[in-house]
Design a protein. Structure first.
Lengths: 359, 359
DNA sequence: GCGTAATGTGTGTGCGCACACACATTCTCA
DNA sequence: TGAGAATGTGTGTGCGCACACACATTACGC
């Protein structure tokens, strides 16, 4: 078994130098004569050296601190799932004997100031890395600038911000997401149908997020059929006018489908189906209330953004980077998972099974 | 940072014994006096000891041999993806410094004897563990009996065989798969529609596999609507009668959808759509030809079985078991992934991104 | 009561790597 | 030319665990 598993020791022997010199060449530290460096590099090339990463972590007994700057998990079930993903990543690493300290910072997803305040605190705590869902575009730019200058690596989840040099973005292609919603909602429907896009409890002007989905939805409809699309922005479900606004949506002539751009489809689905059972409804995410609607047939399709796995992957990616210096693709786009009443159970059980050491 | 990261050394100190004694208690080896054992166990309970798994692998420098008994990857693109999954698992482990030797054994998925022969060879090579796709029910039972008796752990992929004591089964719920296909194919269709189930190039009598899918499909249709279902078994696409058989399928009155039970939908989709564009087609798997059909609209939905990830997980699960003695749920059912023209690209790129050390 | 066997228990080594340290050699300038 | 800096290079230690080995203690038979 000589071919596999070549150690630094072997390389040193092959190059006729000491282990220390090989180490210096590998890590570009200390001084090495050009002669020795050349010999080592040559051997390195020849054998295609792959360090034993498992051994590498042993010695470095640093306790890395990762800051997680996310919307408050108590305010939204979607962000609760993100939180659980972070915890899952944390405990997976703990199992491996890697003890990351994760410092959670929460903000209110509706309040820009809340984000800014939390971001400031995160920055001052000087973590080794940051995982963040930058819901507020303009508020986050200076934060990322600071992080970059301080050489603190960070990963973006959920919301893509192109301008900053994040280690990676983990999320979905929202434009494609909108197109997919359109495909699902229009398939097999009459050609003279019309559709509604409904945004619930969101400030649309600030949300590039939802606009992208809408753009995708409209583009698909425009290219593939000539349906008429109407978009609506509904206020908070607590407001007295919520019901009236919804009635207005339902008055759309030839209405055949409603696309709810957030995870809040459950707020409108039962009412809509009650008034007009033929309307197809597409929404987002596997949160409890949506699952019920899926089961009782009031929601037809959900597109799963899988916040849990996104967050978990964020932690894992940071671990790979900090521990192994392993780089990652700058864009990690998640699959657009289509959930229906018939496959939802398979998704729910699958997640629970991913608890191996090596996964 | 005392609470985390408690070593055997610490436990030994706390229990007032030597590291060796703690080791003996942990691994139930050697002789330990009841007094000492009790003290150690007490400390162990108190602190909830979690061994550093990463350190554990360091010393044990065994080279495990895993036999992979799968259909020949050259005969079918589906099995090619399985093969790639195994390779992916292998190289991920190699990156970690764990060098598993994977011994591939291929068989012809249409020939029982081929399986039996390969299985015999696998058994005689006495691997440390086996990953197998037991396509042939009766032929595989004695093989698993032998493995069990020889205490060789094995994992089943793709085809579930309840009777044997496999470490785990990794695959999909085929009954649910059939139900899902029915949901996708019937949604929004007229109530008097009829549907065809098409099995291509398979010996249906031997295939519990396909019968389960058909059963699920029929059950969904029966409960949710009163559509008429017709099933067809088509021979090999090379046969002269293939075209005639297909024409017969298309003559089904009020035909609104065709469910192809294997990954071979691409063999019939273009012809069908050419004859009758309104027929909706549902098939399986992201193989090249199917992808083309999805893009040009001749296939409407694919259900992804993700053979690649199944196989990769199989290897990873065996690694977890052999290295860490980490047990695994006996049933690992994969999500039934729905693929359409609009989300297919997101699935394809996602797989390529899962190459981290810790994933 | 002695020798031997059985039963406990502690210590030492190595896994592959990172990193600190010690040492050897050459260079530089007074 | 010699002191001291600068530049190379080799050795040693520890990470946490598994496992081999050495050693201490007790039990048992004669």
């Amino acid at each position: 078994m000589q071919p596999k598993n070549i150690r630094i020791k072997d390389i040193a022997a092959m190059a006729g130098v000491s282990e220390g010199t090989v180490d210096r060449v590998l890590h570009k530290r200390g001084k090495v004569s050009e002669t020795a460096a050349k010999r080592v590099r040559q051997v390195l090339d020849e054998i295609n050296y792959k360090p034993n990463l498992i051994a590498r972590t042993l010695g470095t007994n640093r306790n890395y601190r990762i800051a997680a700057l996310m919307p408050d998990q108590k305010l939204d079930p979607y962000w609760k799932q993100s939180f659980e993903g972070i915890s899952a990543g944390e405990s997976q690493l703990a199992q491996l004997g890697i003890h990351f300290t994760i410092e959670h910072s929460f903000f209110d997803p509706h309040k820009k100031e809340s984000f800014q305040e939390a971001a400031l605190k995160v920055f001052h705590s000087r973590p080794d890395a940051v995982l963040v869902a930058p819901l507020f575009y303009y508020a986050s730019i200076p934060f990322f600038k600071e992080l970059s200058e301080a050489q603190i690596p960070f990963i973006l989840v959920n919301t893509y911000i192109q301008e900053v040099k994040a280690l990676s973005f983990i999320g979905q292609d929202l434009f494609k997401s909108g197109r997919l919603a359109a495909e699902l909602i229009t398939k097999g429907q009459p050609s003279n149908a019309s559709y509604a896009i409904v945004h619930i409890d969101e400030d649309l002007t600030n949300s590039v997020h939802l606009k992208e989905k809408e753009r995708g939805f409209r583009e698909f409809c425009q290219i593939n059929l000539n349906a008429s699309i109407h978009s609506f922005v509904l206020g908070t479900p607590q407001s007295s006018t919520f019901r009236d606004q919804l009635t207005k949506v339902l008055k759309t002539p030839e209405l055949s489908g409603i696309f709810v751009s957030t995870s809040k489809a459950y707020l409108v689905a039962p009412t809509i189906k009650h008034e007009n059972a033929a309307v197809r409804i597409v929404g987002y995410d596997l949160i409890k209330q949506n699952l019920e609607c899926l089961q009782n047939g009031t929601i037809d399709f959900l597109i799963n953004q899988n916040p849990m796995r996104q967050a978990k992957l964020g932690i894992q990616t940071l671990a790979n980077y900090l521990l192994f210096k392993k780089n990652t693709p700058p864009l990690h786009l998640f699959p657009l998972e289509i959930i229906t009443s018939q496959n939802v159970s398979t998704y729910l059980s699958h997640e629970g099974n991913l608890s191996g050491i090596i996964v």
